[in-house]
Design a protein around this ligand. Structure first.
Ligand code: SAH
Length: 207
């Protein structure tokens, strides 16, 4: 018998029952292109167009786990893709704002989230590296593309005590890192794991 995604996520060290329930309640085939539906229950990245992949579920789950979300939290996600991570966030938090630079991907994500019955999400087309000032502050921020450092607007829009997870680009790999905001400053809390992400596209900046 094949291992389920819930088992894979558990084996990856996630034990939060709310997060495991969210994975269980969110069939991934609703968040990948139909031609890849047969691969949706495997723990592997899947192409979603524009040379972008949706990440493997264990990586997404470990990033979300580090955010320690509560059901009153407001979350900012940068890089919506097809909306799988958005869906998991929506099951754990009060409201999710997600920014995607490709309008067609954003439209697809909105349709996927609607089909899943998740109404506490808002997908916005734009450059997520500048955040969404009109909805700040956020209790948690998760970035699904890598850069050398956290963009200043994302740090500014994080609430005091808020958590931010982002892959930070180094020579060797993208180091998925948890930051916490204390005394108005972003502090690096811990390294989650090395991974491989697409670059965060930022106007006028070398990712
Ligand atoms: N969270 C998604 C990740 C999709 S891949 C998932 O797990 O399925 C990363 C996404 O980030 C791509 O869709 C890409 O278009 C988007 N992206 C890259 N730079 C961005 C930026 N500056 N603003 C918004 N989206 C961005």
């Amino acid at each position: 018998m094949t291992r389920t995604l819930v088992q894979a996520v558990q084996d990856a060290g996630v034990c939060d029952p709310r997060l495991l329930d969210a994975v269980r309640a969110t069939p991934r085939k609703g968040f990948v292109p139909p031609e890849f539906a047969a691969r949706a229950e495997r723990d592997e990245p899947i192409p979603i167009g524009h040379q972008q992949p949706t990440s493997q579920p264990t990586l997404i789950a470990r990033m979300i786990d580090a955010l320690r979300l509560s059901e009153t939290d407001e979350v900012l996600e940068v890089g919506t893709g097809y909306g799988y991570q958005t869906a998991l966030l929506a099951r754990l938090a009060r409201q999710v704002y997600s920014v995607e630079r490709h309008a067609d991907l954003a439209a697809r994500a909105r349709a996927n989230l609607e089909s899943a019955g998740l109404r506490n999400t808002e997908v916005v087309v734009g450059d997520g590296s500048v955040g969404l000032a009109e909805h700040a502050p956020f209790d948690a921020v998760v970035v699904s593309a890598s850069a050398r450092r956290v963009p200043a607007p994302l740090a500014a829009q994080l609430a005091e005590g808020g958590r931010l997870v982002m892959p930070i680009r180094t020579h060797e790999a993208d180091m998925v890192t948890l930051f916490v905001k204390r005394h108005g400053r972003l502090e690096r809390q811990r390294l989650l794991l090395p991974a491989c992400f697409v670059p965060l596209v930022q106007a006028g900046t070398d990712p």
